[in-house]
Every structure is written in C-alpha cells, then in structure tokens.
Design a protein around this ligand. Structure first.
Ligand code: C2E
Ligand code: MG
Ligand code: MG
Ligand code: MG
Length: 285
C-alpha cells in the first residue's frame, strides 16, 4: 500500500484506497468464517442467444451477506481474497454451489451451462485442475456444464503457466472464457494457441457503443476477431433494446446485461424464465 503523494511531497492517509484499512481488516478476518457459515450468496445472471432468444447459460456472481455490514458486492471483498489462499476456498465454494444449482436446473429440463469467475491466483495454483476435478466428482457433474471465466489481464499475468493450466482444463472438458476482453493486453498469436472457447467483451465498450463511435468499432472488431479465431463471443453490459439490436446486427451471438436480466438468487431463476419473453426485449427500452 502506498499513501497518496501530495504535490508538497507529504503523504496523507487515504482510508478509501488503503487495503489494510479498518473495515477491510475486519472483513479479511471474517471471510473464512463467512465461507464456512455460508454467508456467501451466489447470484446468477442469464446469458441469452441473441438470435433464438434461448437462455444458454448463467454466470455465477458471488455476494456476501455480512451479519454486521450487510450486503457486500464482490468488488469490495474479492480483491483482498485474491491476495491470499482464501481465494481457493471461495472458488471451491462458488464452483460446488453453482454446479449443484445447475444440475437441479438441468434435471428440471433446462439445458444450460454455468460460468464461474476465477482469479489470477486460482489460475496460478498448480492444483487448479485437481481442485476443479474434485468439485466435479463431489457433485457428479459433467465437466461440459462448467465454463470458467478469467479476465484478460489475469490471464496475461503469467501467460505460459496460464496456457498449461488452460490446456489441462480443456482436456478435462471444462470451457474457458476470457472475461473483460479488450481491457487487457493479449497478443493475437497468444490467443491462437490458447484453448479458450469464448471472448466476453467488456461492458465498458458495450454500455456506450451507441454514443461513442470508437466503442462501436471496438465491439465490432472484437466480434469479428473472435469469429475469425473460431471462438464464440458474448457481450456483457447490454442495458437497452437498441444495444441489443446493434449487437445482433454485428453478429454477436450471446448477450448478457441488465436489459435482459439482473443477477438473481437461484430460487428466482425458474420464475424469471416463465415470464421471460424474448420479443418483448426489443419493444421496451
Ligand atoms: P464480471 O465477471 O465482469 O461480471 C460482470 C459484472 O457486471 C457483474 O457485477 C454484473 O452484475 C455486472 N453487470 C451485468 N450486467 C450489467 C449491465 O447491463 N450493466 C452494468 N453496469 N453492469 C452489469 P458484480 O456481480 O458486482 O461482479 C463484479 C466482478 O466481481 C465480476 O465482474 C467478477 O470479476 C468479480 N466476481 C464476481 N463473483 C466472483 C466470484 O465468484 N469469484 C471471483 N474470483 N470473482 C467474482
Ligand atoms: Mg465474469
Ligand atoms: Mg466482465
Ligand atoms: Mg468485470
């Protein structure tokens, strides 16, 4: 942690930016217990096929229902989980929970996969594939229903190591998505040799694409790039009917965003599906 430098050369304590600030320290202390006490909630956000309107999968997004601090979003606690081995337990928890929920949906006749976000530290862990295999064995789930998402930046942390781990997971039948694509630095030759199935375009480009011509160009280029490399592409941050229409015209096959559905608890997915009407997505703004 580096204190913010003032022009005078003096530094000042900035609690907001201090990863070891009092609230954060309290949370760091609580996280292990939270996993054991099942205070972590896994929400799911549907991902749809833009052509057929079918729900292809859901993304698992963790939240923390803290007994004192209340509802805490992932961006407030994942960053400090990622700097210690507690991230391995968190990932285990989310993978097992989402496999169980997805198996229940599959059993009810809903043919969907689940995407789980993983951190750089997970990918750097030599036993990630064994850890994932253990979760699959424990839940009796097929590897084909699981997709792991890793951000472009995290993937580039140690590209060679990442390549080896991704290959192992791919041989097991687990899919890999590069998340927040466009915000990091991966080279095309690296992408070509990586066994991933999907690029997910970062929401920062998608949200403003109707107002900002540069964003529109970036989105369209990523879609074309993905297809040229034989990869599938998902746009996240689809917040309006017009964005969805534009993506459809660009040939983007999968979409996720608040206009389609917000992340929701597992218990709400079935009723959301019953009321979901694909045509209506194009009517309302
Ligand atoms: P992400 O994987 O890129 O997930 C997308 C984030 O965008 C989610 O925020 C989602 O709720 C939000 N989002 C979805 N649609 C829209 C939209 O139309 N507009 C806007 N403005 N936002 C939208 P959330 O749930 O707060 O998660 C934030 C990040 O936390 C995730 O980004 C992911 O990097 C991380 N995260 C969440 N769950 C986990 C987890 O179980 N493990 C790990 N390692 N990271 C996680
Ligand atoms: Mg994600
Ligand atoms: Mg993302
Ligand atoms: Mg993100």
């Amino acid at each position: 942690y580096q204190a913010k430098e003032l022009h005078s050369g003096h530094s000042v304590y900035d609690a907001e930016r201090d990863p070891y600030g009092p609230r954060r320290l309290a949370l760091i202390n609580d996280i292990r217990g939270a996993i054991e006490d099942e205070q972590l909630l896994v929400y799911y956000q549907p991902k749809i096929d833009t052509v057929t309107g079918l729900v292809k999968g859901v993304e698992a997004l963790v939240r923390w229902q803290h007994p004192v601090h209340g509802f805490i979003p992932p961006n407030e606690f994942i960053p400090f989980c990622e700097v210690s081995d507690v991230i391995h337990d968190l990932t285990d928890y989310v993978v097992v929970k989402s496999l169980n929920d997805t198996l229940a949906w599959n059993k009810a006749g809903l043919d969907i996969k689940v995407s789980v976000n993983i951190a750089a530290r997970n990918l750097m862990n030599h036993s990630l594939s064994e850890q994932i295999q253990a979760a699959l064995t424990k839940t009796s789930a097929s590897a084909s229903i699981l997709q792991l998402e890793i951000t472009e930046n995290d993937l580039m942390h140690d590209p060679e190591r990442a390549k080896t781990t991704v290959k192992k997971l791919s041989e097991m039948g687990v899919g890999l998505t590069i998340d927040d694509f466009g915000t990091g630095y991966s080279s095309l030759s690296y992408l070509k040799h990586l066994r991933v199935q999907e690029l997910k375009i970062d929401q920062s480009f998608v949200i403003d694409m109707l107002k900002d011509e540069n964003d529109a160009v970036i989105v369209r280029s990523i879609i074309d790039l993905a297809h040229s490399l034989g990869l599938q592409v998902t746009s996240e941050g689809v917040e309006s009917a017009n964005i969805l229409k534009q993506l459809l015209s660009y040939g983007c096959e999968h979409a996720q965003g608040f206009h389609i559905a917000r992340p929701m608890p597992a218990t709400e997915l079935t009723s959301w599906l019953k009321s979901f009407n694909y045509q209506k997505l194009f009517e309302k703004t």
